[in-house]
Ligand binder design. Structure first.
Ligand SMILES: CC(C)(COP(=O)(O)OP(=O)(O)OC[C@H]1O[C@@H](n2cnc3c(N)ncnc32)[C@H](O)[C@@H]1OP(=O)(O)O)[C@@H](O)C(=O)NCCC(=O)NCCS
Length: 197
């Protein structure tokens, strides 16, 4: 079975990430009561909030690959003890913290897993962010499988009723079996995780 993997990244310097107040309406919408109790005693509450957010987004990406109809309600995903829990399922979470960045990878069932991030020039467009995330994916997959990155493409084929589903890696236009990738971009940051089952 393919590994279950997802990622997310938050640029803490971005205005979106500045605006939130950990004990405000945003935290009440996104977090469970237990998570809010943890935020109340966190040494860096704003970072702690975005760590929770990133883990929930990563878990949604991981689980929605198996269920195109999965609906995303952040508070239905609970982060506790280094894992994200959703409807009886558990995915291990790993966070990568830098000064102005929070990234998270969640995974289950991966034999090998590689993660990388990159910084873009300020003012990059969404298309440039997507392109940079795919460049990271091609590089990581090339290294992992020892293939030429130029032969790899990343596409989002239709999935269920969605015209574009989760990203899929192709080599010479054939889907790469057993390889699962997840992409994220926010502000000046892009990140990618690739897992092999
Ligand atoms: C999936 C979702 C959490 C992504 O979050 P976001 O804040 O928009 O963006 P992020 O930077 O974190 O991630 C973007 C990347 O996630 C990937 N992605 C999009 N939808 C995805 C999904 N359902 N599962 C896994 N990965 C997904 C894409 O590769 C995208 O990058 P791209 O646009 O450059 O290709 C968000 O779009 C969402 O909540 N969607 C609502 C539900 C939905 O679309 N379901 C679709 C099921 S197929």
């Amino acid at each position: 079975m393919n590994p279950c993997v997802g990622n997310d990244v938050v640029d803490l310097a971005h205005p979106d990430a500045q605006a939130s107040v950990p004990d405000g309406a945003f935290a009440r919408r996104v977090c469970t009561p237990r998570e809010r109790a943890a935020l109340a005693t966190a040494s860096e509450p704003r970072r702690a909030l975005w760590r929770l957010w990133a883990a929930k987004e990563a878990a949604f990406k991981a689980l929605s690959r198996r269920n195109a109809e999965l609906s995303f309600r952040h508070a239905a995903f609970e982060v506790e003890d280094g894992a994200v829990h959703h409807a009886g399922e558990r995915l291990d979470a790993t966070w990568f913290d830098e000064d102005d960045v929070v990234a998270c990878v969640v995974a289950r069932g991966a034999r090998r897993l590689v993660h990388a991030g990159a910084q873009l020039a300020s003012g990059s467009t969404p298309a440039e962010e997507s392109w940079a995330a795919r460049e990271l994916a091609r590089t990581l997959i090339g290294e992992l499988l020892d293939v030429d990155p130029a032969a790899i493409s990343v596409q989002r084929p239709p999935f269920g009723r969605h015209p574009a589903g989760p990203p899929v890696a192709y080599i010479d236009d054939r889907p790469l079996q057993g390889v699962v990738l997840s992409l994220a971009h926010h502000g000046r940051r892009v990140a990618c995780v690739v897992a092999v089952g």
